[in-house]
Design a protein around this ligand. Structure first.
Ligand code: ADP
Length: 439
């Protein structure tokens, strides 16, 4: 089969030969050659017009196709059209599968455009958020929801943590709402709201149970401790029962400490509001803690040093911050051998304010580090109890830091020591007025 290029050349040669021969025979070679060229160009022009019309009307090209070079062009365009139709069909299929899957999700799913208007939502969004589709299309999500807690969350624009809210459709339902940005400019958002009513009530019941049990145990334990104290002071009793009584007193104290820590934890858990932003003079707070740490160390003679920026303030709850910082400092005393060095630091860096406690103790094996903030998790339970630990200290620290926009970081090298640190965001820090404080 001749190629389109050769067919085209043959066509051109034939027209030229025919018009040249006719020109020579008639004695007018130039006009006849010109006429041949016009016929040739005219035919091409016709094919060009046909192709342009077909493409403009977006019609599929169908044979028969003209010969020569045009056949190749028409064939190629037809192939590309068929390929593109196939791809389009595949995309439509994917898209409708995705829509079907998203529509079947039990969680409310809403897609927001870059101005916060609703682009799409699934049927669960009606049951959980009260959004009707397609009536909600194009409407502002925040305004349509009319939920003050949600409006506050949206205006802050910090979607790092999910929001818990009651469903606007059914007040008995508790939802956990998460917002994730997507798209090239990351200005579009995907909103997913999940019904967590059961989990919420279970968690509430667990918290209430721990708080109630702790309260119920506290009073009888105080009575027992009181009697033990009286017995210990009684010389006749002390003669026979001295050792047993002091052992009982130790155990009663351990129980009381555990109950107190459990109560602190459940109070922290129940208080969902972020602590008010009263500025706390951390350097002063740490000076007191360092002094108490020295007393706790006693004969063990830890070498405790404090390096704190005196003008650097932290907005938060002083009592909670004291509990967190003292837990970390006292841990360094209780979990390191006598004579170890303990450095407490409080300083500003470009990204906020950093509190850290470093020690030169035995360190913590890496496998334990991720679990240290779990309740009652200890590297060595017997040693922790001996040193007066309840196993709840780091869980308390984690909660307090969470409530103050911070996170506990633990680094440790076996045989070298550990560092417990946390960074507070610039919005939580401040400067005390006065010379040299930058205020
Ligand atoms: P505990 O009351 O036992 O101190 P925490 O929750 O405060 O409970 O700490 C959990 C465990 O973490 C401790 O039992 C101990 O094994 C380990 N730990 C905490 N701080 C240190 C430290 N500075 N050096 C070594 N181990 C530590």
């Amino acid at each position: 089969m001749t190629s389109p290029r050769n067919t085209e050349l043959i066509r051109l040669a034939a027209i030229t030969l025919v018009s040249a021969a006719a020109g020579l025979l008639s004695g007018h070679p130039v006009p006849l050659l010109l006429a041949g060229a016009i016929v040739y160009l005219g035919w091409h022009f016709r094919q060009l017009l046909r192709l342009s019309r077909l493409l403009r009307e977006n019609r599929p090209l169908r044979p028969p196709f003209p010969g020569g070079l045009w056949r190749g062009i028409f064939e190629r365009i037809r192939q590309l059209q068929a390929k593109s139709r196939k791809r389009k069909r595949r995309l439509v299929r994917y898209f409708s599968r995705f829509r079907e899957a998203a529509a079947a999700l039990p969680d409310a799913t809403v897609i927001l455009g870059d101005q916060g208007h609703i682009e799409w939502c699934n049927p669960a969004a009606r049951a959980l958020l009260g959004l009707e589709w397609p009536q909600a299309a194009g409407k502002d999500f925040g305004r349509l929801m009319q939920h003050p807690v949600l409006a506050d969350y949206l205006s802050k624009g910090d979607y790092g943590r999910p929001l818990e809210l009651t469903s606007p459709v059914d007040k008995t339902k508790v939802l956990s709402l998460m917002i994730t940005s997507f798209g090239r400019s990351r200005r579009q958002h995907l909103v997913v709201a999940r019904d967590i009513t059961r989990l919420y009530h279970l968690d509430r019941a667990r918290r209430d149970f721990v708080a109630n049990v702790s309260h119920e145990l506290r009073t009888p334990l105080t009575v027992v401790s009181g009697f033990l104290e009286t017995m210990e002071e009684d010389e006749r009793m002390a003669e026979t029962w001295g050792n047993s009584i002091s052992l009982m007193r130790q155990q009663a104290k351990r129980m009381a400490d555990t109950i107190n820590d459990l109560l602190v934890l459940s109070r922290l858990e129940m208080n969902e509001e972020e602590p008010a932003g009263e500025p706390v003079a951390v350097a002063r707070l740490l000076a007191g803690i360092a002094e108490e740490a020295g007393v706790l160390s006693g004969q063990a003679r830890h070498r405790i040093s404090l390096d704190a920026d005196p003008g650097l303030l932290l907005k938060g709850d002083e009592k909670e911050l004291r509990a967190a910082f003292s837990n970390l400092v006292f841990n360094a005393v209780r979990h390191t051998p006598g004579g170890s060095e303990i450095r407490i630091r409080w300083e500003a860096d470009g990204r906020g304010a950093v509190f850290s406690v470093s020690d030169t103790g035995e360190g913590i094996p890496a496998r334990h580090i991720p679990r240290l903030t779990e309740r009652f998790y200890r590297v060595d339970a017997a040693r922790s109890r001996e040193s007066g630990g309840t196993g709840l200290g780091l869980a308390i620290v984690k909660h307090v830091l969470n409530r103050h926009g911070s996170k506990l970081q633990i680094t440790s090298k076996e045989g070298k020591g550990s560092t417990f640190s946390c960074r507070f965001p610039p919005a939580r820090t401040g400067r005390a007025p006065g010379p040299g404080n930058g205020a």
